[in-house]
Structure formats: C-alpha cells, structure tokens
Design a protein around this ligand. Structure first.
Ligand SMILES: [Zn+2]
Length: 144
C-alpha cells in the first residue's frame, strides 16, 4: 500500500484547514509508515523529490532559468538597496504543469513533516508560530 497525498479524506471547511487538522488527518492515515525510520527516510526522499521537480522545470521544461552570481550584500545597505541588489537568480515563472508538479511534491514533503511531528509530539502550529516570532525578532538578514 502506497500512501498518496491525494488519498486524504475530505475535512470539513477545507478552505480553513488548520495545521492541527492536517496533522490529525496524517496521523489517522499513517498506518504503515508509523516507524520513525520510515518517516525520516520518506521525509528526506520527498524533500529531494521537491528539489528535483524544480530542477526539471529548468532542465526539461525550461519555463524557468537560473542565472546565478555572488550576492553583493553589505551590512550597511538599507532594506530597499538590498532588495535591488539581492536576487533570486531565477528568471521566468513556473508554467501551469510545473507549478502543479512542484506543489504536489511540496505537499508530499509536508505530509511527511506532519508525520514526523506526530511521532515526536511536535505541534506544527506551534512550530509556525515560533518561527514567525523569530522572523519578527531577528529581521530580514539573520534567517540564514
Ligand atoms: Zn514548466
């Protein structure tokens, strides 16, 4: 039996699905992959698959391109100067098909992140809240 994200049962009020609800949903579905080792390796594999889907958008589809160079950042820059100078190295936009594939792989990765959180009693909503507080406290340049 292979668990797919698309097999998730519907939850009431899908538009306002919380991370807690999603985490509970994942918990009910993960009958086979209950082992921490299974989930750890699936989490890693799904992360690699997400990266691979982005790479394929570049090398096979071609809807986005990468043109990378050193980021010329200086600590004394203002926020607006930094926004002008620092780039994503991406040109173009994911096409409809690629955005679907990348989204699906990210969803699968989120599924296993939720499963890992379940096994270790980590509350994902709390994780997001803490990370958001960190973003506010540390500011733009200290999140690396
Ligand atoms: Zn594409």
């Amino acid at each position: 039996m292979k668990l797919e994200v698309t097999n998730l049962p519907e939850v009431d009020g899908m538009s306002s699905l919380t991370l807690k609800q999603f985490q509970d949903q994942v918990s009910e579905l993960l009958l086979r992959h209950r082992s921490l080792l299974d989930v750890l390796s699936k989490f890693q594999q799904s992360g690699a698959a997400a990266n691979r889907s982005v790479v394929k958008s570049i090398t096979e589809c071609g809807c986005i391109q990468v043109n990378a160079a050193k980021q010329e950042y200086h600590p004394e820059m203002t926020l607006n100067e930094a926004k002008d100078v620092l780039g994503t190295h991406v040109t173009g936009h994911l096409c409809e098909q690629c955005i679907e594939v990348v989204s699906s792989e990210l969803g699968r990765n989120l599924f296993y992140m939720s499963a890992l959180s379940n096994i270790l009693d980590v509350n994902l909503e709390q994780v997001v809240e803490n990370e958001s507080k960190k973003c506010t406290t540390l500011g733009l340049f200290n999140m690396s």
